[in-house]
Design a binder for this molecule. Structure first.
Ligand code: FEO
Ligand code: CA
Ligand code: CA
Length: 648
């Protein structure tokens, strides 16, 4: 049975919706009942009748200023677009030199060794880490940037789509491997905007090709992590498919290894890891040509290699000689986000998602307590604690189910001989505990003002009508939604993110609210430009306003809706009133929104501009627009022309 085919046993949707809606109505006294609009195409009964816009729940008053920018019109162009009164400036792009004495970038001359000294491909998560360490500097710091994947046909001339993986040379495969991972680069804001500090001692590439990482926690050194090249099971070359991420309170970066399956060739059948690999999507269908050249990329030859990826990896960007640590206590799956919050008792909670249809939302709570102003004391905090997975109930409760070896079904009888097995196969363990299969949980962020937790659910067109539940209420969910979790204890820092249960609610159901069969729900005043699709990454500003990055993939062109940044209040009268702020260039995706501490710069990642086209005939040449330069994935700094806070 494939993941997509798993049938979910759940009460009928009407039962679920009825109980959930009556709770909402009772709580807020202002809910507009979901209409029984035409349910064509398996769209759930959350669909609204025309004019029955979602009555936004004014959860609490807000002192946040109104979002004052004039929103963009929805249009797809070859260049980026930002709301009037703002400036969007490219800070660093694929191929930019990170060290002194290097030539200008020429993609046709790129070698693996060069790529390891230049900014990587497909920038994703961005962490701004102020300099000096521990300060709140907003004009000087380190940009810590993930490089999720490579577009072979856009990096190299003469290659096309599907066949590119079969045509690349070993050297080109190595360039791709070197372009994955992470970059740390020092940046400064001057009178002309943001610029890279050339040859900074902090500038560093962490790549899949060569950077040795260390496994720590329960799976470190386990037999299932051992390979011919690494009999210790602890020294792992590289980090892979680094997508979303997070920052710890002690000033390190968490980078999430997501779609690791697409790199591994070879048939897993007949290996001891066959079931495990199947669950992670490793099925001898690689999207890259690396397995043609490297034994470790072929699971028939090195079946344990994939077990060394799919982790959250902790990087200390302030120490250029530090070894990245794969924190296995936080589980192995297609990780997204590593959002940390310090609890009233000093323990630290990390939220993280598994971005696949019907996979789960997770939380890790450290055993030890955070020690302020002592970085060293906190460096091992993520090696001990409790990993839990979320079950969403129709009564508005979310329960955190602990993934602990020996408890419940997580026993040797079920193939879990130790906690190492539990974390290596966290998906299977979570399924046995009855976790709720979600619509692709990507970013998870905590709101610094109200203390609530927001989960971006990108979409899930495979969810069938009989599979809907209260927290994933639409079948054929093409547009995604955003959930809001409330931990007990109070607002902001008083919230207790260690509690066994929280309450949950829906912030919005994405899609075009003018089309009843979409079943979208926003504030009633959302405009034709302000509605969004495929919420994917997000961040909060200092006022607790939510900034959402979208990822529709190829649907952008079909819908005529560009990906970009949308902002909304989450409290007060303008809750769920999303406004369109920034649009990516053609065939790109929006990732990595990150504010400086003063809220005056918003960094964003323009990922894969021109995806679907080729080096020789790209659909955009963003950002240089020169005839001999392909599109370049880039980090962009958005500032207000009058120097004020983003969003007003
Ligand atoms: Fe790499 Fe889930 O996006
Ligand atoms: Ca993403
Ligand atoms: Ca984020």
């Amino acid at each position: 049975m494939t993941m997509e085919d798993r049938q979910l046993s759940s009460p009928s949707f009407e039962e679920v919706a009825a109980s959930r809606l009556s709770r909402r109505a009772a709580l807020k006294g202002m809910f507009v009942a979901a209409g029984s609009a035409a349910l064509a195409g398996g769209v759930s009964r959350y669909a609204l009748l025309p004019g029955e816009a979602f009555a936004a729940a004014a959860k609490a008053e807000t002192s946040a200023p109104a979002l004052s920018f004039q929103e963009l019109a929805k249009s797809i162009t070859e260049d980026q677009q930002v709301a009037a009164g703002y400036k969007a400036q490219v800070v660093v792009s694929w191929g930019d030199a990170l060290h002194g004495g290097m030539d200008a970038f020429d993609p046709l001359l790129l070698t693996p060794a060069e790529q390891e000294r230049r900014f990587g491909y497909n920038n994703d998560f961005i962490g701004f880490m102020p300099l000096p360490v521990g300060s709140q500097a907003s004009d000087h710091g380190l940009l810590c940037v993930n490089h999720e994947y490579t577009n072979t046909e856009l990096m190299f001339s003469g290659l096309k789509g599907e066949s590119a993986k079969d045509l690349i040379s070993e050297d080109q495969a190595k360039v791709e491997m070197a372009a994955h991972g992470h970059t740390i680069v020092e940046v400064k804001k001057g009178k002309d905007g943001w610029a890279v500090v050339a040859d900074s001692r902090y500038n560093r590439r962490i790549s899949f090709l060569s950077t040795v990482c260390e496994a720590t926690g329960p799976a470190a050194g386990h037999a299932r992590l051992k390979t011919k090249a690494d009999p210790s099971g602890r020294k792992i070359v590289g980090t892979l498919n680094n997508c979303a991420g997070g920052k710890t309170p002690w000033g390190t970066i968490l980078t999430a290894e997501e779609n690791i399956h697409q790199y591994f060739a070879g048939n897993p059948e007949g290996t001891p890891e066959a079931r495990n690999h199947k669950r992670m999507g490793i099925e001898n269908k690689p999207e890259y040509g690396w397995g043609r050249f490297f034994e470790r990329m072929d699971v028939s030859k090195e079946p344990n290699e994939p077990n060394r990826f799919g982790w959250l990896v902790e990087i200390d960007p302030y120490d250029p000689s530090s070894t990245p640590k794969k924190r296995t206590a936080l589980g192995r799956f297609k990780h997204e986000a590593g959002t940390c919050v310090v609890n009233p008792d000093g323990r630290v909670t990390v939220y993280t998602g598994d971005d696949e249809r019907f996979e789960y939302l997770y939380r890790f709570v450290t055993k030890g307590k955070f020690v302020p102003n002592d970085r060293k004391a906190n460096m091992g905090l993520l090696d001990e604690g409790t990993l839990s997975v979320a079950r969403f109930d129709a009564n508005g409760t979310v329960s955190w189910l602990p993934l602990i070896h020996g408890k419940g079904k997580l026993t040797a009888e079920n193939g879990f001989a130790s906690q190492a097995d539990v974390v290596i196969e966290a998906r299977r363990a979570s399924e046995l505990l009855g976790a709720t299969p979600m619509d692709r949980p990507e970013d998870v962020e905590t709101n610094p003002v109200n203390g609530r937790v927001y989960v971006m659910l990108t979409n899930n067109t495979k969810r069938k009508p009989e599979q809907v539940d209260a927290a994933n209420p639409r079948a054929n969910n093409a547009y995604g939604h955003i959930l809001e979790l409330t931990a007990p204890g109070g607002e902001g820092k008083a919230a207790n993110h260690t509690a066994d249960t929280y309450q949950w609610d829906i912030l919005l159901l994405a899609g075009d609210p003018s089309k009843p069969d979409v079943g979208a729900r926003y504030h009633p005043d959302v405009t034709s430009n302000g509605w969004l699709a495929a919420p994917d990454n997000c961040t909060f500003d200092n006022h607790g306003r939510l900034w959402i990055a979208t990822d529709q993939g190829g649907d952008q062109a079909k819908r005529g809706v560009p990906d970009g940044i949308y902002a909304t209040q989450v409290d007060g009268a303008q809750r769920a009133l999303t406004k369109f702020f920034y649009a990516v260039p053609r065939d790109a995706e929006m990732c990595g929104p990150e504010f400086t501490p003063d809220g005056k710069t918003l960094f964003v990642s323009v990922q894969h501009p021109g995806e679907g086209s080729t080096y020789d005939k790209p659909s955009t040449r963003f950002p240089r627009f020169k005839a001999d330069m392909p599109p370049l994935p880039s980090v962009v700094a958005i500032t207000k022309k009058d120097g004020g806070e983003i969003g007003g």
